[in-house]
Design a protein around this ligand. Structure first.
Ligand code: AHR
Length: 658
């Protein structure tokens, strides 16, 4: 054998030896049966879970840029710093007005003896300010003595003024003063300075700064980019306000919807429970101003075409914290809150709470259909209280669908107890939660295959795959977690007969102020980034269809065998077959697809592929496109076709049929 021949023989032998590692294409025969719908898919199947955690409301979705705008934080100067000339007697005094006010107790009194004096607000980890944009500044003020004027200045991190307005001639009665500030530069970490000049004393309260550009340009509105990301999900419902925040660490710290509606200045501030929840993530400046309260929530649901799903406190504080419960004979105010919320949402404008809704700007009802009683509660104390709520709600509002909890665990003794108890009662839906490693999601994609088709429906109310820790804030939202959720979600959709609602949790996180991760959307003061998990949610939600149909391999439903998870639907409104295929293996998979007894309308189909070869891949502010869906055109000649599913991918295909 000459040298060259020897060399090629050796290469050939090596190839044979390592051939196990060379990706081999698998072929899968799939049959889809559009003529055999299994169950309708609820319009509510894919929704969103909102909780004020990770600065999701104040400092996040709620577009207010001033932190502690009415000096109500326990330390009234939190977020504020004095700008004081050396040896000046000019000063600020925090005055408590408890005799006149109920919620907004404090104001600041500024006294000047000449020269100038200022206070500077740092915002929520700085203020994100855009160049050439109008900002609505307002302050409630009263002149006490003399004549003082105030310059409201937007400054960037180096102190350069990038926008300014001047207010003067304050009235001797409290009055709101407004001005529009136009900006010259962008600032990632801007500040608002109030610089006072003159002599005398002026009192100020409710210092506010909003971008004019809020979602749908609503006053007291929402941050446009974040709300738009929520709108793009086309959610079927919005769960609000949580989560553990519903419960509170103790009962005084619970979420009370009535303190979140009416005049913004009169909404009573409380500490956000996530302020102190995790010792390694203490967030001492985290409070709930309730600027984004129940009216704004209903308005958002209305704007997004989503069903509102409020979750209410059931007379129990968080069982991981105080576990405090209300005595059964003292439960009535809690029940009344639930009944009054239905009236606030749906009542005629002639009712007390319907009138408030109307006065706030929405005479038409919000059409509330669902109400959740309790969040993650367990043991007999929950069921004793739940029963009383259920009876009271259904006797006054028999059409309201009640959502009950099943506790924080996806299985185990408390979970089993919950199901046993609730089967004797009348909830329309049971809320199940699972924060688990990615493998759990792959192993549990068939979780609902054997749930009773005629039983209580499921609300998968909080779930997320939690991969191992990562040093980057957004790093736990990696492809490994997202593809596991996609695989699991095929099981939710396949079981649409049982699963009527599902929402990933939590929704939003400020990159510099988070307590919990992974989360669906990350943001800083100016930018937001969609995670791979967000794109999975979006692909399922915007490609929902109206009915589940069978997708079979060897006459068996495709549920994860040989690395393939799948679900199929038809959309009777658009006449399309919609396939969702998740190939969890790292190698491409060839699929022979037969759309049984189907005639195609067009020779092309739409295909969306979300994939990554790297299970650790995630999207960042600087590289938001590491894992994003790519839209392709798929040539289809007749109802039998070959498809190649990329390794480690979610593929969604929409095929127009007659
Ligand atoms: O989503 C974060 C928290 O997880 C929720 O507040 C709570 O319900 C669950 O334990």
């Amino acid at each position: 054998m000459n040298q060259t021949k020897k060399y090629f023989t050796l290469i050939f032998i090596i190839c044979i030896l390592v051939s196990d590692d060379i990706p081999a294409q698998q072929t899968m025969q799939l049959t889809v049966q559009p003529a055999k719908p299994i169950a309708p898919i609820q319009s509510t199947l894919w929704g969103i879970f909102f909780e004020d955690i990770n600065f999701a409301a104040d400092g996040g979705l709620y577009a207010e840029l001033v932190k502690n705008r009415s000096f109500e934080f326990p330390m009234p100067m939190t977020g504020w710093k004095e700008i004081k000339e050396k040896d000046s007697r000019n000063k600020i005094l925090i005055v408590n007005n408890a005799a006149e006010a109920t919620a907004n107790l404090r104001y600041a009194s500024i006294s000047l003896h000449g020269g100038s004096y200022g206070i500077s607000n740092e915002g929520f980890r700085g203020m994100g300010i855009y160049a050439n944009a109008p900002y609505n500044f307002s302050v409630v003020a009263k002149n006490e003595t003399g004549a003082v004027k105030v310059k409201a200045q937007l400054v960037n991190a180096s102190g350069k003024i990038i926008g300014e307005t001047v207010l003067e001639n304050f009235n001797s009665d409290w009055k709101k003063y407004t001005a529009v500030i136009s900006t010259t530069d962008t600032a990632q970490k801007g500040k608002l300075n109030l610089v006072f000049e003159g002599t005398g004393t002026v009192d100020i309260d409710m210092v506010s700064l909003f971008p004019q550009n809020t979602f749908k340009n609503r006053p007291n509105g929402l941050r446009e980019d974040l709300a738009q990301k929520l709108a793009d999900l086309k959610p079927g419902f919005i769960r609000f306000p949580g989560g553990c925040i519903v419960e509170g660490r103790d009962l005084t710290n619970r979420y009370q919807w009535k303190t979140t509606v009416g005049a913004v200045a009169e909404r009573k501030l409380i500490m956000n429970r996530w302020n102190v929840e995790f010792k390694n993530k203490l967030t001492p400046d985290y409070f709930q101003s309730f600027g984004l309260g129940f009216y704004e929530y209903f308005q958002l649901a209305d704007d997004l075409g989503a069903e509102p799903l409020p979750i209410l406190n059931c007379g129990m504080a968080c069982q991981y914290n105080s576990g405090e419960v209300v005595a059964l004979d003292a439960l009535q105010p809690y029940i009344q809150d639930a009944l009054d919320l239905v009236e606030f949402a749906n009542g005629a404008v002639t009712t007390a709470w319907g009138k408030l809704r109307s006065d706030m700007g929405h005479p038409l009802p919000f059409n509330l259909k669902f109400l959740g009683v309790g969040n993650e509660q367990w043991e007999s104390q929950y069921f004793e209280r739940y029963k009383i709520f259920e009876k009271a709600i259904l006797s006054k509002y028999p059409d309201i669908k009640i959502v009950s909890g099943s506790g924080p665990s996806s299985d185990g003794a408390y979970f089993d107890m919950a199901w046993k108890e609730l089967k004797q009662l009348q909830p329309s839906l049971i809320d199940e939660h699972y924060y688990k490693p990615p493998k759990w999601f792959l192993d549990n994609a068939s979780r609902y295959d054997n749930y009773d088709r005629n039983g209580i429906k499921i609300f998968a109310g909080e779930y997320a795959a939690h991969p191992k820790e990562n040093n980057n804030a957004e790093g736990r939202n990696n492809w490994e977690s997202a593809i596991a959720e996609a695989a699991f979600m095929t099981g939710l959709e396949r079981n649409a007969a049982v699963v009527h609602m599902a929402s990933y949790a939590p929704l939003l996180a400020h990159v510099e102020a988070w307590q919990w991760r992974p989360d669906l959307i990350w943001f800083d003061n100016l930018r937001s980034v969609s995670t791979p998990n967000y794109y999975v949610q979006k692909l399922f939600s915007v490609n929902k269809g109206t009915h589940v149909i069978p997708i079979l391999n060897n006459e068996q439903l495709v549920v994860g065998k040989d690395s393939l998870y799948a679900t199929a639907a038809i959309d009777k409104n658009t006449s399309e077959v919609i396939l969702k295929l998740v190939n969890i293996s790292g190698i491409a998979m060839t699929v022979n697809l037969n759309l049984e007894k189907t005639t195609l309308q067009k020779q092309v189909a739409k295909m969306f592929v979300l994939k990554s070869a790297d299970k650790e891949a995630f999207n960042t502010f600087d590289k938001p496109g590491m894992v994003i869906p790519v839209e392709k055109q798929l040539d289809v000649k007749n109802n039998k076709m070959d498809l190649v599913l990329d390794g480690s991918s979610l593929t969604v295909i929409r095929i127009a049929v007659t």
